[in-house]
Design a protein around this ligand. Sequence first.
Ligand code: HEM
Length: 476
Amino acid sequence: MDYFGLLCTFLLVALATIFISWGKRKRKSQGKHKLPPGTMGWPYIGETLQFYSEDPNAFFISRQKRYGEIFKTHILGCPCVMLAGPEAARFVLVSRAELFKPTYPKSKERMIGPWGLFFHDGGYHLRVRKLIQAHMTPETLRGLVADIERAVISTLEAAVGKDQLVIFHAMKKLSFDVGILAIFGGHLEERYRVELRKNYSILDKGYNSFPTLIPGTLYHKAMHARKRLRGILNEIMNARRQEGRPHNDLLGALMDSKIDEPLTDDQIADNIIGVLFAAQDTTASVMTWIFKFLHDNPKHLESLKAEQMAIFEANECGKQPLTWAQTRRMTTTHKFILESLRMASVISFAFREAVADVEYKGYLIPKGWKVMPLFRNIHQNAEFFQEPRSFDPWRFEVAPKPNTFLPFGNGVHSCPGNELAKLEMFSLIHHLVTRYRWEIVGSKEGEVEYSPFPVPKNGLPAKMWRVSNGSGKAGE
Ligand code: HEM
């Protein structure tokens, strides 16, 4: 045999060996269970191109139609199993949560800070979560109503008459201010607030950028802003230690932690940046949708106005502040908020990784694969929400079936800030519909952008007016 023949034989034998051992490994890992239906797309790139060229929600919905409630795909270099049913979401997030760990790209972890609770499971996660939850009880939130109201009024007043008002930007400022209130209470020195806002906004701009430390790139700038944020937080913590008095806010709770050993300053700082991150874009996106849904649904706007005007008048046309008890009685507004959360589904899915081979309904979820319960698909399923595409707050007269309404997730990692977010929305809607009117300019029906959460195109440009006697029509 000549040299070429030998080479060919060698290559054939090598390929056959690789193929057989791959087949054996695959069979061993699959055991008696098969992988879920679906396609893994092209080698290496999988279905990443389709994921990015389509609207991500259209991507998930088309595959759910083709394959059913559990299907596999391969995006961003990871094999994934998507779960579009309520039972499956419960399996991953609640009943067998120990088999699925939260997973984020390392670049994001570095930016928020590796001690952020969302990156952890087990004892440390539980310890930090308890401290945050203990600060989100009705008793604590009650103490924030007046400060949140001031932040809402200041945001809306700043929006009045602006030529180029972008609702999403205004709402980001509001949700940042409310995050600062929850973390530092109402008495943070102005210079700290300014520096925190400035540096957090640089970090925010770099969060979804390509992770490279080349100077001048958004990611590089964001990592530097993170360092400065860490420095500011250090200063605030040191000042508080010197002052020596207890503070009834989230930073105070994290600093005075008596559960097991105290948290280190790195752990506290990472969680403060983490909470700011978790609180800002999520709440701002939903509030932007609230403007849109109010504008597009005059009938619902009228029923909200009726509820809010009664409170406005009871408060001597806004001379008295809104109270916690009043926010608890806003039943029509509450249904409107729930329907806005369902329709907007700003967190469309959760992101987990299987820590072992897992069997679910006869399918194998291999160890190391990403697992994504698809909240939006569940919220848009006609089996659980009749005519899911129509905006109908009255559907919440009846409680949704278990595990079908998951805007704040479920289980050990579910959102501890949900009541704070809703309180902010109650206060916003109260002032918006009683004191202002607005008009949406230059955003077409159905146009959505991802930043990274879905918001109306261009952040919903609008014009806003004040209605001096509180009786004008909002959203006309
Ligand atoms: C409308 C606004 C909000 C929405 C839709 C939302 C949604 C969510 C969801 C779905 C999760 C679970 C993610 C998962 O399972 O992987 C989550 C977690 C979290 N949220 Fe929110 N959130 C909102 C506002 C807030 C606010 C205002 C705070 C401030 C305290 C906050 C703090 C957190 C934290 C710290 C976590 C991580 C919890 C853990 O890992 O144990 N969120 N949020």
